[in-house]
Design a binder for this molecule. Sequence first.
Ligand code: HEC
Length: 238
Amino acid sequence: MMKSFYNFVVLLFFSLLIMSCEGFFLSDIDDCGVPDGDNSTCLDECGIPNGSGIEIGKCDCNGNILGCDGVCGSKKVFDICGVCDGIAEFDYNCGCDNLNQVKDCLGECGGSAVIDDCGVCNGDSTICKGCMIQGADNFSAIFTISDSASCYIDFSSIEPILNNNCIGCHGSSGGVNLESYSNTVNSFLVSKSDSSRSLLYQVISKQSGYYMPPSGSLSADEIRKIALWIQFGAKEIN
Ligand code: HEC
């Protein structure tokens, strides 16, 4: 009986010793340099010990950025016209008094005219399905755009239109010069294979601030020819 009580006391003693040692070894220095601390004295605003807080350019601890509406993480951005969460895609869409509207390709605020598959504003997607026949001055629907090798539209179809309607004002005297192929086909005026992005096409189809020629208008056929020529790569010679 005495012996087992003694054993019990010894056991208790060692148990207490081990427990207190454990406590001693655990009293570590925390991330903030505080002995036995709980990392709480050096938390940044995101709750990270010694962290650098919200990243520069971000608006919260989750890495979100400030939306144009002033709401963090709203993902709202300015459109090309500077309207927050606006829907304008091109600069010619800008300038409507009602900020919820954009200009359509005819320049009407809130209008519904769009550029068709052939790059023609308010078109019916048919012109690029056809092509110029060599030597002829009209379109033929027999060719499709995949037949571009057999498609004969080059600067020789376009030059007379420019000569008759444009170079009176846009010759070599400065500014926009439409006097030859090399003057006409430059990155300011022509985006090859994309008439809707080509200023040359935009000005003749009311998609730009300028509408050319200033008085009158090219005929629908002339506008189509220029659109088609650009769509087919604005070639000088076939
Ligand atoms: C009666 C004169 C006149 C005629 C004809 C004319 N333009 Fe213009 N055009 C101007 C003036 C003026 C400007 C504005 C100043 C400038 O950029 O040279 C202009 C500007 C332009 C611009 C630049 C637009 C911009 O946003 O900077 C293009 C491209 C253009 N014209 C193309 C044409 C084409 C193509 C034709 C023929 C279909 C044509 N113009 C016929 C007078 C004319």
